[in-house]
Ligand binder design. Structure first.
Ligand SMILES: CC(C)(COP(=O)(O)OP(=O)(O)OC[C@H]1O[C@@H](n2cnc3c(N)ncnc32)[C@H](O)[C@@H]1OP(=O)(O)O)[C@@H](O)C(=O)NCCC(=O)NCCS
Length: 156
């Protein structure tokens, strides 16, 4: 199974906040943004592993600024790390003014996906090739998070 670089699965998704996506104060409803995060990150994970995969975890989701009705929303997802059958994907959500193009980061999240083989069981994913120091740093941080989480759960 050939290793792949994060650039091969990088995913960009564009949405626009319509009235049906808003809460009672005219800004994007958090659950809608979460759904877009899940879709964008799952595309990156599928591009990396070339197979069906399921969301095992979404964490570190932080809403930093509101997104208004009429704003364009840009989501970007990149593979941070690939383990045995699981992959950590980092997601960024930016709002973009539809006319000026001015952007601001509104949310960040991390999602873990697990590849499923034809038998429906977790299957091996391709290794992640680090092309830059940033790729190396993100992979090391993801591995450290995974190590800590498994230790807290009592998994060796
Ligand atoms: C995710 C799922 C396939 C894992 O199955 P499992 O039998 O627990 O698998 P394992 O214990 O062998 O773990 C497989 C991998 O998943 C990872 N994993 C499992 N649960 C996890 C969790 N909650 N968070 C992060 N990683 C997790 C393990 O660390 C392991 O990673 P590795 O192979 O890279 O070492 C299973 O829990 C599941 O189907 N969950 C429901 C998924 C779902 O319905 N998502 C929403 C719709 S897409």
């Amino acid at each position: 199974m050939e290793a792949k670089a994060p650039s091969e699965s990088f995913t960009e998704m564009t949405e626009i906040v319509m009235p049906q996506h808003t809460n009672t104060i005219g800004t994007a409803f958090g659950g809608v943004i979460m759904s877009w995060i899940d879709i964008c990150s799952s595309i990156a994970a599928k591009r990396h592993c070339g197979s069906v995969c399921v969301t095992a975890r979404i964490d570190a989701l932080e809403f930093k600024a509101p997104i208004k009705v009429g704003d364009v929303v840009r989501l970007t997802a990149r593979l941070n790390a690939a383990f045995t059958s699981s992959m950590e994907v980092g997601v960024r959500v930016e709002r973009e003014h539809a006319f000026t193009g001015e952007r601001a980061t509104c949310a960040d999240a991390r999602a873990t996906f697990v590849k499923l083989g034809d038998d429906g069981k977790p299957g091996q994913v391709p290794a992640l090739l680090a092309e830059s120091e940033e790729d190396q740093r993100l992979a090391a941080e993801a591995a450290d998070r995974r190590r800590r989480r498994r230790a807290a759960e009592g998994v060796s």
